[in-house]
Design a protein around this ligand. Sequence first.
Ligand code: HEC
Length: 99
Amino acid sequence: MRLVSSLTILLFVLPAAAQDAGRGRALYETHCGGCHYERVHERTRSDIKSLGELRAAVAKWAPQSKRNFTPDELADIVEYLNVSHYRIGIAPDLPRRGG
Ligand code: HEC
C-alpha cells in the first residue's frame, strides 16, 4: 500500500506539461521529413537563435505538412528539434563545475 501511494504522489509531482521529444521526433519524421532532411536544422546554417524563433519557425512551416497539429504536438516537435539540433539553452558539453 505504501508503495502504491508513493507512486501516486510521484505521478502528481512530475510536471504534467513536460514536453515529449520522443513524440516530437515521431511527428517530425512522419509529417515533416518529406521536404527537408534534418540537415536544414543544423545550427551553423540556421538563422534561428532563440526558442521563440524556433517555435515561430515550426508554427510557420507546420501547415506545409497539411496536417493540423495541436499546440502540444507543436511544442513536442520544438522540444525534439531543440534537443536534437538547435540546443538553445542546452550546454554544448558536460557541465564543468568550479572552472
Ligand atoms: C512542403 C515542404 C515542407 C514541409 C512539409 C515542411 N517544411 Fe520545414 N521547411 C521547408 C523549406 C523549403 C524550408 C527552408 C529550408 C532552408 O532554409 O533551406 C523549411 C524550413 C524549416 C525550418 C527552419 C530551419 C532553420 O533552422 O532555418 C523549420 C524549423 C522547419 N522547416 C520545420 C518544419 C516542421 C516542424 C515541419 C512539419 C510539421 C515542416 N518543417 C514541414 C519546407 C517544408
